[in-house]
Design a binder for this molecule. Structure first.
Ligand SMILES: C[S@@+](CC[C@H](N)C(=O)[O-])C[C@H]1O[C@@H](n2cnc3c(N)ncnc32)[C@H](O)[C@@H]1O
Length: 406
């Protein structure tokens, strides 16, 4: 039986869910101020990375120095390995600086002003450092030869499904409008545009936006750049060299889209900026729906923005992003429950695979690997609706920031 004092404590301390719909309560000026502050925090994180990771290596060195002398003498390669990691940090730092160089004006309709002395770097939070390390690994998934297997299991099924539903012999591809919310570094959206569809990626993380802007707009030579994505992993390495192995990117020239390709990236919160009803032929979500505070909001938005007869293609697991975050609303549903919601909105599930093995930014040489057993489905919004969700456009829609793609 539950302890009554515990129950009382819970009852008197209701949780506050920040950032969920509450955000709309702050004034537009405050919203802009917070966004600018966040923008500069992310720039700062790109600059602080080098100090942060060097400190991690210094810690490893200090710990080594605590060992008895005869143990130190056995580990003859230890210093040399740490020095290799230090070199890799500096190489990563150079790429990160190139990414944030000139990103002040990357959005068509938003300026972020100045932020004091650009040389001054403050310590960033562990949270931001983890985001940056994940972003570095996302380069492998999206834009490297090493990421090909992962893309074949995550992106290819979606691309194949789009081609099956909108075949070139029956459709004018440039008239088929595809939206990819939570586009990460943009490879899936780019592949769809590369096939001739009109495709827009949407992303809200500045870490991802700065990086996709860099790849899509400033890289034009295959494998011209090198990163060291695994140096932050000190455990589960079979060989020391696995930790310091390089990865080149981009594996394709991102500028190789045809001149008349219709491809764009839009910055902002998917739910806030996509409010115009019935404009998309296809919404393709990959490892995205579990980023919602409330996945019903996403389903409702997708329902509203799809044209009658349009399709939602989804592939991914249900690793709910807000599950363990204090003061954040998080509604965790099983796939079974999500499917019931999808059907209640009126979608017709036309294709469903409940077991698609897939990985996410996997280090293929690590002794620890995660394998997701993803769901993959296509749900159609019928031409004529029998039941309906909320199809009214939201009148508090936010303006989006269009990323310039050259
Ligand atoms: C797990 S990642 C998947 C990225 C990419 N689709 C892939 O498969 O590699 C989820 C992405 O969704 C983005 N995201 C989360 N919530 C979002 C929102 N409300 N609007 C737009 N993007 C969002 C995150 O920043 C992140 O890049």
């Amino acid at each position: 039986m539950a302890d009554s004092t515990e129950e009382a404590a819970v009852a008197t301390q209701p949780e506050v869910f920040r950032n969920y719909r509450d955000r709309k309560k702050c004034s537009p000026e405050e919203d802009v101020r917070l966004e600018k502050q966040h923008f500069w925090n992310v720039i700062n994180a790109f600059k602080y990375y080098r100090v942060h990771v060097h400190e991690r290596v210094n810690r490893a060195e200090r710990q080594f120095q605590c060992l008895p002398h005869h143990h130190q003498q056995i580990l003859t390669n230890f210093h040399c390995h740490l020095n290799k990691i230090r070199d890799c940090i500096d190489r990563n730092h150079e790429v990160l600086q190139a990414i944030v160089h000139n990103c002040l004006h990357m959005f068509e309709n938003m300026e972020y002003g100045e932020n004091g002395d650009p040389r001054k770097v403050r310590p960033s939070s562990t949270f931001d450092m983890d985001k940056l390390k994940s972003t570095i690994k996302q380069f492998v998934r999206d834009w490297s030869e090493e990421g090909r297997t992962e893309r074949d299991t995550c992106y290819k099924p979606i691309v194949d499904e789009i081609q099956r539903l909108f075949p070139p012999e029956k459709c004018n591809l440039s008239q088929v409008r595809v939206l990819v919310p939570g586009a990460g570094l943009g490879r899936l959206a780019w592949e769809i545009a590369h096939l001739g569809y009109s495709c827009q990626g949407n992303e809200w993380s500045f870490f991802m936006l700065f990086s996709s802007n860099f790849v899509l707009n400033r890289c034009d030579e295959e494998n011209a750049l090198t990163i060291y994505p695994w140096i932050h992993q000190f455990s589960n390495n079979k060989r020391s060299s696995d930790q310091t192995r390089p990865v080149s990117f981009p594996d394709v020239n991102p500028q190789s889209l045809s001149a008349d390709a219709d491809f764009s990236m839009v910055a902002g919160d998917f739910q806030e900026i996509y409010s115009e009803p019935e404009v998309w032929d296809c919404v393709a979500t990959c490892f995205f729906i579990d980023t919602a505070h409330n996945v019903l909001d996403y389903i409702e938005t997708i329902w509203n923005i799809l044209k009658p007869g349009g399709v939602w293609i989804n592939l991914g697991p249900l690793l709910f992003h807000y599950e363990n975050m204090a003061n954040e609303l998080s509604i965790e549903l099983s796939y079974e429950e999500i499917k019931t919601v999808i059907l209640k909105y009126g979608f017709i599930v036309e294709m469903e695979r409940e077991s698609v093995p897939s990985t996410y930014t996997e280090n293929d040489r690590s002794m620890l690997k995660y394998l997701y057993d993803s769901v993959f489905f296509t749900a159609r919004k019928p031409e004529k609706q029998l039941t309906s969700g909320d199809q009214t456009p939201k009148n508090d829609a936010k303006e989006s920031s269009l990323m310039k793609i050259s």
